[in-house]
Design a protein around this ligand. Structure first.
Ligand SMILES: [Zn+2]
Length: 379
């Protein structure tokens, strides 16, 4: 790398770092993901006249955040009506007047966004000029429908910011922490390794990408790099642990946490992985359409903490569309609250879960969590 390129890269990194809300997370001040969410909401309120008038002198407790999200939801509705051909058509055809939309109860009246629509006509969802798109990701997820999502530069930085916060919640807290990134089986157009190594660089941690399928190679890299955290797909990490079982003693390598992403992880798989490495294993959940890193467990392993300020989640009966109360199982439906490129409103995830609406043992009390996630079989 030439000196000029090095200087340019360093300037770019510093500009990016200043925009991150995750840099406001302070260790020992509660759940890092929740702290990040609060910082993000506070920033948003400060920079928006309507919001700052509305929330002037109001403490950001659970109720206030619920109200904040409803205001954001209405803001997104106004935005898509101006900019998104898909939602203009959808609401016009359904005869919906979104100006009458006022409360959480009104949510149910809005039609759901189907995955097929996103797969069939992605650019109808586009709300910005194509020149503003910096990256496009395609993914089939687990539904075998090829979906394309476009992101702007600012949105990618927001994703990286949320990944840093998730890693901090998982326990990464200093430059001595090294994340070993293992995604040898991912063939999608997005590269989780790239997003994760960028997040580590901006968050002040170290990382190493190791794509070997061989446990001996992976362990060698762990020893050489001083790896303290591991992330990869659930099936890969399970298979790796089966091999590593013969090669290491639990706790021998000083691994602090393992993060299983992209695929379901059963409790039996989790127990086996934890017994091999001698540390807790956390599940992570995300969808390409929603920006990949959307929710992660804390050390109490009691539900997924969501990137609260970015999404409004509902759980519905997949057959009737009726919104279900917290605790009841149904299909997860997500609205993106700050996407400008391709916002999604009441997007059907085809994942079955329930909303957990109570304080977590980690102390997080402002956000909703979601419980175990299963695929919807259509039955
Ligand atoms: Zn928690």
């Amino acid at each position: 790398m030439s000196l000029q390129t090095k200087i340019k890269t360093s300037v770019r990194m510093n500009v990016a770092k200043r925009k991150l809300d995750s840099r406001k997370i302070k260790a020992q001040h509660g759940n890092p993901l929740e702290q990040w969410g609060l910082a993000k909401i506070r920033n948003d309120i400060k920079s928006n006249k309507v919001l700052s008038n509305h929330f002037s002198g109001v403490e950001l407790d659970r109720e206030a955040i619920k109200e904040y999200k409803l205001i954001k939801f209405r803001e997104v509705l106004g935005y898509v009506l101006e900019n998104s051909p898909y939602y203009q058509d959808l609401y016009a055809n359904a005869g919906i007047d979104v100006s009458t939309f006022r409360s959480y109860e009104d949510l149910e009246k809005l039609p759901l966004t189907e995955q097929e629509d996103l797969a069939n006509k992605p650019y109808h969802f586009l709300c910005v000029p194509r020149k503003d798109i910096i990256r496009e990701f395609t993914s089939s997820g687990t539904t075998n429908m090829l979906k394309r999502m476009a992101y702007t530069q600012d949105e990618l930085l927001e994703i990286v910011d949320s990944v840093i916060s998730g890693l901090k919640m998982a326990g990464m807290d200093s430059k001595d922490d090294v994340l070993q990134i293992m995604y040898p089986t991912i063939t999608a157009t997005w590269d989780p390794g790239l997003v994760l190594s960028k997040a580590c660089a901006l968050g002040g941690f170290n990382s190493v990408i190791e794509d070997s399928l061989d446990a001996r190679e992976q362990i060698r890299t762990m020893k050489e790099s001083g790896t303290t955290f591991i992330i990869g797909t659930s099936s890969f990490l399970y298979n790796l642990s089966m091999q590593a079982h013969e090669l290491i003693e639990p706790g021998e390598l000083g691994i602090k946490r393992i993060i299983c992403s992209s695929e379901p992880l059963t409790e039996t798989m989790r127990e086996m992985i934890e017994s091999v490495w001698g540390c807790k294993t956390l599940r992570q959940w995300g969808m390409t359409e929603l920006g990949l890193a959307n929710a992660i467990e804390c050390e109490h392993q009691d539900g997924f903490h969501l990137n609260n300020p970015d999404f409004l989640v509902e759980v519905i009966d997949p057959k009737t569309g009726k919104v279900l109360p917290a605790g009841e199982k149904g299909e997860l439906v997500v609205t993106t609250l700050r996407r400008k490129c391709m916002p999604l409103i009441r997007y059907r995830t085809r994942d079955i879960t329930s909303i957990i609406d109570e304080t977590c043992m980690c102390g997080a009390c402002l956000d909703q969590r979601i419980g175990d996630i299963e695929r919807w079989t259509g039955e």
